[in-house]
Design a protein around this ligand. Structure first.
Ligand code: HEC
Length: 637
């Protein structure tokens, strides 16, 4: 089989020459290894790297972590990316041993056992069935308000300035932290990059139990009750498109079900539990597989699956694109068949509208040309049958995949982007007279759609320039008065131009009128310029009646007054912190998931190695009763 690098030579001799020059520069480091055996392994590792990975990881592809950063990820994580993660296709030609050699070479270390975490001394007792203070999964509620009742959250304008750091957990073997925690009855349930699920004590951060999903868990967990079980059940989706249901009291498996119908299917958005069914959004890594010029691009269709919450049995599976992809009769310049239509992945958590008997999802870009008419769209599906009720496309002609990053690569659709997904969950909001389905797009556009009129546009306002990480990227929040819209508008890539407005915008949900806008101000002094430090607000945000909590890519976590937009509390999560197990936790960009509020606590993940954001592995818990030791160690820095 021809390798990507061979293809690169044919596509762009100059680019390939740059790749080889960089490799030549990288080579000396492998000759200073101490022992003969290590040199032997490094030589093999370098060869494998050159043949299978270098074409994208030497800085050409902005979204791919640069080769020099691999040494900080650890061999396990690299191996996991090849075996179960986003690099499955790129490593498919390698044997198990070759993958291990390559992972060790790139990490600059032998495969190491994971570092121990702090286990709780006392066993976890029976868990309560319901907990009014708990935000239920990703969106906080079925309508995705990402809102917490201020009284239950125990946080208001008057006490927010007393928040301080209580404890920090270091996810082992991780350089990003993006599974939004769920707190229930004093226990923090959270997934991780390694695929381990942790049940941590809210007071101390010790671990009651762990469960291994086997592949990265990006989504938030959901918690529910089954009729024939005493203990609540936790649900989550992993990067291999497997859904797990586990007992919340001890982490034992209740059931596990593979829900994808494509080899590249993944779960990034959080499954929603509603009335005995679990609704699972389907995304894919085929956008990355498409970078291989020999790949017959593309066949994945975004979708939603409903499974029975008690058994994991399939209720229905529905696709965003009606008909399966077919051969178009054309081939790409390297002789691979062209297939389509494909794409329109769903990577947001569905919004449940029980009254109308439907769920809503937003979709991403098409992978093939012409872009499917349900890409960058909002769709309504029947909760009972999965049948499509309506689709409202908000941007047509958006077709893109990773092949577009590597020059005139064979599988880049002619549209070449702009990749302006609807990645944030839609928010169903009830006004005095009517309901609004509020939608934020990576373009910076915010829409209110009419759920009773097939998604007809009620109002539209563009509050950001838009870009690679949005515009609106992961999640807006609404309280009874306002819709809060985080805008990233990063300058990480030069592709998007024009004035930017990163920060928080408060909109009138009935008109779209901006009530206030508080710009995010870069706090990047002393922070690593590579990857880029940026003030953009890409992560999802959370509100109470009085406050809005939001994090930024420079690592700052802010609380805003919901009426004035004034910043009333702030904490910089960037840097090294002592973890509960005496290890070092690294804070970096706040990205993807958003703050969780629970009885005087704020929980936030910090660190996100992807596409030029700052890496890290920290889960930080703030409380109105902070730890005196931690407050001291932070002050000493
Ligand atoms: C065609 C381009 C391309 C090739 C070839 C490629 N990668 Fe990647 N790699 C990427 C991109 C893009 C990402 C970021 C993926 C994302 O953002 O989802 C990535 C991510 C990764 C990550 C981080 C994964 C994670 O979950 O964060 C690792 C580790 C990695 N690649 C290793 C490799 C190795 C090892 C090889 C060779 C076997 C390889 N890659 C080949 C483009 C490539």
């Amino acid at each position: 089989m021809t390798t990507v690098i061979d293809m690169m030579c044919r596509i762009s001799p100059i680019l390939a020459a740059v790749v080889f020059m960089q490799l030549a520069n990288a080579a000396p480091s492998s000759t200073v290894m101490p022992s003969d055996t290590v040199i032997e392994a490094s030589v093999d590792g370098l060869g494998l790297y050159q043949a299978h990975c270098a074409a994208c990881h030497d800085g050409q592809v902005p979204r791919a972590p640069h080769m020099i950063t691999f040494s900080t990820i650890g061999a396990d994580t690299i191996l996991n990316a090849m075996n179960n993660g986003v690099m499955r296709a790129q490593a498919s030609a390698l044997s198990a041993t070759e993958r291990e050699v390559l992972a060790s070479f790139l990490a600059g270390e032998a495969m190491a056992p994971p570092k121990p975490i702090l286990a709780c001394a006392d066993p976890l007792g029976a868990l309560a069935n319901s907990d009014a203070a708990a935000m239920q999964g990703w969106g906080g509620n079925a309508a995705n308000h990402r809102h917490s009742d201020g009284t239950l959250a125990g946080l208001d304008r008057n006490n927010v300035d007393q928040l301080g750091l209580k404890w920090v957990f270091a996810y082992p073997g991780a350089l990003r932290a993006r599974s939004q925690p769920l707190v229930h009855d004093g226990v923090v349930f959270v997934g991780s990059q390694s695929g381990t699920i942790y049940a941590l004590d809210l007071d101390s951060g010790c671990a009651h139990w762990t469960y291994s999903a086997g592949a990265e868990v990006r989504s938030s967990l959901s918690l529910g009750q089954l009729p024939d079980r005493d203990d609540p059940v936790l649900y989550m989706g992993d990067f291999s498109a497997i859904v797990h249901a586990i007992d919340a009291s001890d982490g034992s498996l209740v059931w596990r079900a593979s829900v994808g119908d494509h080899t590249d299917a993944t779960i990034t958005g959080s499954p929603k539990l509603h009335d005995g069914a679990l609704y699972v959004p389907l995304s894919s890594s085929e956008w990355a597989t498409a970078a291989d010029p020999g790949y017959a691009c593309c066949t994945f269709r975004g979708g939603v699956v409903s499974v029975d919450a008690a058994s994991g049995e399939l209720n229905w599976r529905t696709h965003v694109i009606d008909e399966p992809a077919v051969e178009t009769g054309e081939t790409n310049p390297f002789g691979a068949d062209r297939k389509g239509p494909a794409g329109a992945p769903v990577w947001n958590s569905p919004t449940i509208d029980a009254e109308r008997g439907v769920l809503y999802v937003g979709t991403g870009e098409g992978y093939t040309s012409p872009a499917a008419d349900t890409s960058d769209a909002v769709l309504a599906f029947s909760l009972a049958t999965g049948e499509r009720q309506w689709a409202k496309q908000l941007l047509g002609g958006d077709a893109w995949n990773m092949a577009c990053f590597i020059g005139e690569a064979a599988n880049c659709p002619e549209e070449d982007g702009p990749d302006l997904d609807i990645g944030a969950s839609t928010v169903l909001w009830s006004g005095a007279a009517r309901d609004y389905l509020l939608v934020g797009q990576k373009s910076g556009d915010v829409y209110a759609l009419d759920p009773d009129k097939g998604g007809a546009i009620v109002w539209h306002n563009k509050v950001g320039r838009g870009g690679f990480l949005g515009g609106v990227h992961w999640g807006m929040s609404a309280n009874g008065d306002s819709l809060f819209v985080p805008i990233a508008d990063t300058t990480i890539t030069g592709r998007f131009t024009g004035p930017i407005s990163p920060g928080i915008h408060a909109l009138d949900p009935t008109s779209g009128e901006v009530r206030w806008y508080t710009p995010s101000v870069a706090d990047c002094d002393g922070k690593s310029p590579i990857p880029v430090c940026d003030q953009g607000m890409s992560a999802a945000i959370t509100s109470t009646d009085q406050l809005v909590f939001a994090g930024s890519l420079d690592g700052n976590l802010n609380a805003y007054d919901s009426l004035s937009g004034e910043v009333v509390w702030s904490f910089d999560t960037f840097g090294e912190f002592e973890s509960v197990s005496g290890d070092t936790a690294l804070g970096g960009s706040i990205e993807s998931d958003g703050p969780v509020l629970y009885k005087g606590h704020v929980l936030v993940n910090s660190g996100y190695q992807f596409g030029a954001r700052m890496p890290g592995n920290a889960l930080m818990v703030f409380s109105l009763q902070p730890s005196a030791d931690l407050a001291q160690s932070v002050a000493d820095e």
